[in-house]
Design a protein around this ligand. Sequence first.
Ligand code: C5P
Length: 283
Amino acid sequence: MREQAPAKVNLHLHVTGRRADGYHLLDSLAVFGPAADTVSVDGAGRVSLEVGGAFAGGLAAEPDNLVLRAARALAEAVGIRPWGGLRLEKLLPIASGIGGGSADAAAALRLLNRAWGLKLSTARLREIALQLGADVPVCIESRPARMGGIGEMITPAPKLPAIALLLVNPGEALATPSVFRAREGDFSAPANLPEAWPSAAAMAEDLRRCDNDLEAAATCLCPPIAAVLAAIGAQRGCLLMRMSGSGATCFGLFSRVEDAQAAASAMPAAWWSSAGPLYEAPV
Ligand code: C5P
C-alpha cells in the first residue's frame, strides 16, 4: 500500500495576527503538486521506518521522523499498537516551505488508516493531524483549500482554472520558526478572493494583489530567494512568481504545462525544480 505526499504550495500567505502562545494566524490559499514524496507500508512486524530518495540524507540526523510520529499518534488515538514496515521516498527538499514533512505525516495517517482497517473519517484524521503540526490537517485531503487559524481552519478554495506550477528551490534549508521571528511589519487583512476564476490570467491578476508576508524575512535569511524569483519571473508564460510558505521554495504560476516544464529545464542545474499540473487527489 502506498500514498502520495504532494507538495503544498501557498499561492498567497497573509499573516493576520499572532496568538498568545506565539503561533501566527494565517490566511492562505494552498494547492498541491507538482512534486510528491511517497509513503508505503509492507509487512506486519513492529513499526519501523526506512527512508530513501534524493533527499533522504537530509533526514538521517533526525531521531523521530514525522511519519513515525504520525503512526504513533494514530495508534494511540484508536488504542492499538502500531505495526508495519514503513518506507518514505523523500523526493521533496527538506525545510523548504512546501510542507514536505507535513505531507508525509498526512500520507502516513491516510495510509495506516487503510492498512490498519480503522475507517476513521477525514474530520477525525484532521484532528490527529493537528497534533503533528499546523500544516498537517490541510495535507490530509491534499486538495486546493483556504487555510485560516494557524493553518487548521480549512474552507473551500475558489474554483480553480487549469493551471501549471513550477517549483524552484535554491538548496538552502530554512527553519520555519526563524522566518516567523524575522518577520517585521504590521499584520495583513485576509485576501479578498472570488468564488471562481474563469482563467489562469484572472487568477494571477487577483493573486498579484496578495502577498507572501514571510517573503521579505526569508529573503534576508536566504538571499538566493531573490535570484530564484527573478529567474522564474523571466520565463515565458509565467503569470505570477512568489515564495511558498516560509521558503525557500518559490513557485511560478503558468496556464500551460509545457511552459512550466520548459521553464524548469531553463533553471540552473544546482537548483531543485519540478513542474507540472496540480495534483489530482483520488476520490
Ligand atoms: O506547526 P509546525 O510544527 O509546522 O510549526 C513550526 C513552527 O512555525 C512553530 O513552532 C511556530 O514557531 C511557527 N508557526 C507559527 N504560526 C503558524 C505555523 C507555524 O508561528 N501558523
